[in-house]
Design a protein around this ligand. Structure first.
Ligand SMILES: [Fe+2]
Length: 356
């Protein structure tokens, strides 16, 4: 069993990650967003976890951090030692260890997107924030950004990790939840340049061009010790992932519950049925024969999935299982996954068999 448990929150487009130690129940929350605290706390409770530390991977330009509320609640804030953020925090230097219960992670300074970008590696994963994304690198046109430094940071600090390392990025560029170091090494177009200089020239980014007035305000609020934060989250047009998602090739196949129920014996015989909901959802009830592989932890089961029969993916309503299908297709793990449209909700509506 994995020593850790992971839950990635995707609902704002900027990802947050909850990483918990199974042995002690202590957890790290990475890049929390203002307005989402209730959801983080509820999820931590569902997973039997207690948030003991928050990591902001950099001073964010595209959303407001919720680090202040966690600090006020006595939770430690970790940031790069290079940050200008004036909130009380532990400043991480390259190579510093961050302990969460029995988990040990190593801080990696990865400047370029911002001067204070930091990654965290350990236990087969790396949290990359806005540096290495699935299929691209983050933007590098803010004040203090440097495309060549970003490229060199990623090459020297991240691509030297083992190929199977699971990458938890700060954005879902290309509709993908996670990736691996090996896959990005082989396929990421931004990393195919000869050097940081060549990447910078190809990108043509102008330093500071991304600092629109709303980005400036966001940066000021995120760096302030005691800012007056809005009661509802501000939206900002900017996003630290460049451009829009590139198409990922053919959309994974979907089958309705009616169709799957009709063909169930054939489908179960030919396919491995995977339920990607959270563990507590699976424990409450699941479709007989379905195996539990939570979406956020699929990256740790890629070899099993490669060896498995073709799969049918299912979640509550069909959204998370579609993300799983796209991610596994992007990684070349699954050729033709089938997504169960409507998920277990529709399955129950049709009064099809359920195991409590
Ligand atoms: Fe960013």
């Amino acid at each position: 069993m994995l020593p850790l448990t992971i839950k990635t929150f995707t609902d704002t487009g900027c990802f947050a990650h909850l990483i918990g130690c199974r042995a002690t129940g202590k957890a790290l929350l990475v890049d929390p967003k203002l307005g989402k605290r209730a959801s983080y706390l509820k999820t931590a409770s569902d997973f039997g976890l207690r948030i003991v530390a928050v990591l902001d991977t950099h001073t964010h330009a595209d959303h407001l951090s919720d680090s202040l509320a966690f600090l006020d609640a006595g939770v430690e804030l970790d940031m790069s030692a290079a940050t200008n953020c004036r909130r009380a925090h532990r400043g991480l230097h390259d190579g510093d260890e961050l302990r969460i219960g029995e988990l040990r992670f190593r801080a990696l300074e990865v400047p370029g997107h911002t001067p204070d970008s930091i990654a965290l590696a350990g236990h087969g994963l790396v949290v990359t924030g806005d540096t290495l994304l699935a299929g691209g690198l983050a933007r590098a046109d803010f004040r203090g950004s440097s495309p060549s430094t970003l490229f060199e940071s990623v090459k020297a600090k991240l691509l030297t990790l083992p190929d199977e390392t699971v990458v938890l990025p700060g954005h879902g560029y290309r509709d993908v939840l996670f990736t691996t170091i090996g896959h990005e090494k082989r396929t990421n177009p931004d990393l195919q340049h000869e050097s940081g200089h060549h990447f910078g020239r190809a990108l043509g980014a102008v330093e500071g061009a991304g600092n629109t007035p709303d980005v400036e305000l966001m940066l000021q609020l995120n760096a302030a010790a005691q800012p007056q934060l809005p009661s509802t989250p501000m939206t900002v047009a900017a996003c630290c992932a460049p451009g829009t998602s590139t198409a990922l090739g053919p959309r994974p196949l979907e089958r309705s519950c009616e169709e799957v129920a009709r063909l169930r014996e054939a489908i179960v015989a030919d396919r491995c049925w995977i339920d990607v909901r959270d563990p507590h959802e699976y424990r409450e009830s699941h479709i007989p024969g379905a195996l539990s592989y939570p979406l956020s932890e699929l990256g740790f089961h890629l070899e099993e999935l490669r060896r498995a029969k073709p799969v049918l993916l299912q979640c509550r309503s069909g959204v998370r299982s579609m993300t799983a299908a796209k991610t596994l297709q992007y990684l070349g793990v699954l050729d033709e996954p089938i997504n169960l449209a409507g998920g277990i909700l529709r399955w129950q509506e049709l009064k099809l068999p359920i195991e409590a």
